[in-house]
Design a protein around this ligand. Structure first.
Ligand SMILES: Cc1cc2nc3c(=O)[nH]c(=O)nc-3n(C[C@H](O)[C@H](O)[C@H](O)COP(=O)(O)OP(=O)(O)OC[C@H]3O[C@@H](n4cnc5c(N)ncnc54)[C@H](O)[C@@H]3O)c2cc1C
Length: 492
C-alpha cells in the first residue's frame, strides 16, 4: 500500500474536474482488495471518515474529501477476465476507461455508454451511473453491469450478481450478511421523473436489485472493487456527421424530427437502414467560437452544430448517406458544409473536436477566480425546445460568459457559465437556480449523468422533498452506520 502525506503529493487528489477544493490528512493507495479491506476495517474501528477516488474527472466534487482520508483505487487496475463467447469483461474498479476501451476495441467489442472523459475509471463510471453520447441508443452504464464486488464500510465484502435473487420484496429490503448481522431499509416511492436519464439521489424502486442501489450511489454506500460488464460486438460500420445550422430553432426542430424518426423504428430495435442514430449531440455558437482557432473550417455564420453517429452495414452505405443528406437539407442552408466521417481516423477527429470544447472551458475555469457553474439538466423531449429557448433568452439578456453543449438526443443540457466578477457570479447562480427549478417543475432532473456530489446537494431535496431525502439518508446509514464513507456527498 502506498501512503502519501506531503501536500505537494496529495493536492491533485483534493480536487476534481469541478475545481472544488477539499482537504484530507493522507492518501492511501491500496494495491489489492485485501489491503483495501484491511484499511476500511481500520477506518471503521477508529472512526476515520474516508472518500473513495477514481480518476477524479467527476464534475460535482464527489471524490473531493472534506476531511478524513482519501482512498484511491488507481492500483486496482487489472483486467481479470474477458469472455468473448459470453460477451463479458470482468475488471477491477481502477481500470482507466480508455484502457478498457482500447482492450475491447482490439478484440472487436465495446462497452456502449461512454462518458466523454476517457481518463475516468470504470469504478467511477459505475459509482456515477455515467452515460454520455451513445446513451441515446444504448442507455446508461447501469444497463451493462452484470456483477459487482463491493466492500461495505464495515469491511464486509458483498458480491452482487444480477442473475442471483437479490430483490426487494415490495418496499422492504432485508439483507443477511456473513457475520449474521442484517441490513434492512424501506424503499420510498419516488416521484415519477419524466426523462430518459436521471442520476439524482439513489436509484430506488420496488422489487429492485441491490446491485442497482450501488450503481449511481457516488461512493456513499460502499467501495466498488470489481465489476463484470456486458459488452457488445463493435458495429460493422459507423457513419458520422457534424452538421452546421445558421438557425438555432431549425436545429432544434431537426433534433425533434430525428428523434421521432428514430423512435418510429427503434421501440425495441434500431434499424440501420433508416434514420436511427446512436447519438445526437449539440454544440452552441459560443462553444464553436472557443475552438474556431483550431477548426477555421467551421462556417462563420453557424449558430450551432449537431454531431450524429449511426451504425450500419457496408452494403447500405450509399443509400444511408443519401437518406441522411436529404434529411439534413430540410433543416439547414449550411448542408453543403456538413462534415462526414466514415473511417476510424475521421471518427477520432470528430471525437477530438467535441472533446476540445470542455477542455478549453476547463482551461478558462482553471485560470478563473470563480467556480464554473455547470448544469446537467434533462427534461422530457416534448417540453425541451420551449424550455431551452427560455433559458437562452435569460442568458442572452444577462451578458454572462456561457457555453452550452449536451446530449440533446436525450433532452439533456450542459450549460457552463464562467463568471468574471462577483456580480456575474450572483447573476449566474440566479439563472442557474431558475434553470434547475424549472426543469424539476417540468418533471425533469438537475442531474442526468454527473450526480449530486457536494455541489448539487441542495437540489436533491428540491427534487424529491425532505421526507424522501431523509429516507435516502436512512438507507445510507443502514450500510454505513458511522457515516464514514463519502461524507458530505449527496447529503449535507
Ligand atoms: C471533459 C469531461 C467530460 C465528461 N463527460 C461525461 C459524459 O459524457 N457523461 C458522463 O456521465 N460523465 C461525464 N463526465 C463526468 C465524469 O467523467 C464521470 O462522472 C466519470 O464516470 C467519473 O469517473 P471518475 O473515475 O473520474 O470518478 P471520480 O471523479 O474519481 O469520482 C466520482 C464519484 O464516484 C465515487 N467513486 C469513484 N470510484 C469509486 C469506487 N470504486 N467505488 C465507490 N465509489 C467510487 C467517488 O467517491 C465520487 O463520489 C465528464 C467529465 C469531464 C471532465
Amino acid at each position: 500500500m502506498f501512503i502519501k502525506t506531503a501536500l505537494d503529493e496529495i493536492q491533485n487528489y483534493l480536487t476534481d474536474s469541478s475545481n472544488l477544493k477539499g482537504f484530507a490528512e493522507r492518501v492511501f493507495i491500496p494495491e489489492n482488495t485485501q489491503e483495501l479491506v484491511e484499511l476500511i476495517k481500520e477506518c471503521y474501528r477508529d472512526n476515520i471518515p474516508y472518500t473513495i477516488s477514481g480518476g477524479g474527472t467527476g464534475l460535482v466534487g464527489g471524490r473531493v474529501p472534506f476531511g478524513g482520508v482519501l482512498i484511491s483505487t488507481e492500483k486496482l487496475n487489472k483486467i481479470i477476465d474477458f469472455n468473448d463467447q459470453h460477451q463479458t469483461i470482468f475488471v477491477e474498479a481502477g481500470v482507466v476507461r480508455k484502457d478498457l476501451d482500447d482492450y475491447l476495441e482490439s478484440r472487436g467489442f465495446f462497452l456502449p455508454p461512454n462518458p466523454t472523459e476517457t481518463n475516468s475509471f470504470v469504478g467511477g463510471n459505475v459509482a456515477c451511473n455515467s452515460s454520455g453520447a451513445r446513451t441515446f441508443k444504448y442507455g446508461t452504464i447501469r444497463d451493462y453491469v452484470l456483477e459487482l464486488e463491493v466492500v461495505l464500510p464495515t469491511g464486509q465484502i458483498l458480491t452482487l450478481e444480477r442473475d442471483n435473487f437479490s430483490l426487494a420484496t415490495n418496499s422492504h429490503f432485508s439483507l443477511s450478511l456473513q457475520d449474521g448481522s442484517k441490513i434492512e431499509f424501506e424503499i420510498p416511492t419516488l416521484p415519477w421523473i419524466n426523462t430518459s436519464k436521471n442520476t439524482a439521489g439513489y436509484y430506488l424502486h420496488k422489487g429492485m436489485h441491490l446491485l442497482d442501489l450501488f450503481i449511481g450511489s457516488e461512493g456513499t454506500l460502499g467501495t466498488i472493487t470489481k465489476i463484470k460488464f456486458k459488452v457488445l460486438p463493435k458495429p460493422e460500420r459507423v457513419l458520422g456527421f457534424i452538421i452546421f445550422f445558421e438557425d438555432l430553432e431549425r436545429s432544434l426542430d431537426f433534433i425533434t424530427e430525428t428523434r421521432i424518426l428514430s423512435k418510429q423504428f427503434n421501440e425495441l430495435q434500431f434499424e440501420d437502414d433508416k434514420i436511427s442514430p446512436r447519438l445526437i449531440e449539440f454544440i452552441d455558437r459560443n462553444s464553436l467560437a472557443l475552438i474556431f482557432d483550431s477548426y477555421p473550417e467551421i462556417p462563420s455564420v453557424a449558430a450551432c452544430a449537431i454531431w450524429i453517429e449511426q451504425e450500419y452495414s457496408k452494403s447500405i452505405e450509399d443509400e444511408l448517406l443519401i437518406l441522411w443528406l436529404d434529411h439534413i437539407k430540410k433543416f439547414t442552408n449550411l448542408s453543403e458544409s456538413t462534415w462526414v466521417a466514415i473511417n476510424e481516423s475521421e471518427h477520432r477527429k470528430f471525437a477530438q473536436f467535441r472533446h476540445l470544447i470542455p477542455l478549453r472551458v476547463f482551461e478558462i475555469v482553471s485560470k478563473s477566480n470563480y467556480q464554473k457553474i455547470g448544469s446537467d439538466v434533462a427534461v422530457n423531449d416534448w417540453v425541451f425546445k420551449n424550455y431551452y429557448l427560455q433559458l437562452l433568452s435569460k442568458l442572452g439578456q444577462s451578458g454572462l460568459q456561457y457555453f452550452i453543449w449536451g446530449h440533446f438526443g436525450n433532452s439533456h443540457i450542459h450549460l457552463n457559465i464562467i463568471p468574471r466578477n462577483h456580480t456575474e457570479d450572483s447573476l449566474a447562480r440566479e439563472i442557474f437556480d431558475w434553470h434547475v427549478q424549472t426543469a424539476i417543475q417540468l418533471g425533469g432532473t438537475y442531474s442526468a449523468e454527473h450526480g449530486t456530489g457536494k455541489l448539487k446537494r441542495k437540489y436533491l431535496e428540491l427534487m424529491y422533498g425532505k421526507d424522501i431525502v431523509d429516507k435516502m439518508k436512512n438507507i445510507k446509514l443502514a450500510f454505513d452506520p458511522k457515516n464514514l464513507i463519502g461524507r458530505g456527498t449527496m447529503f449535507f
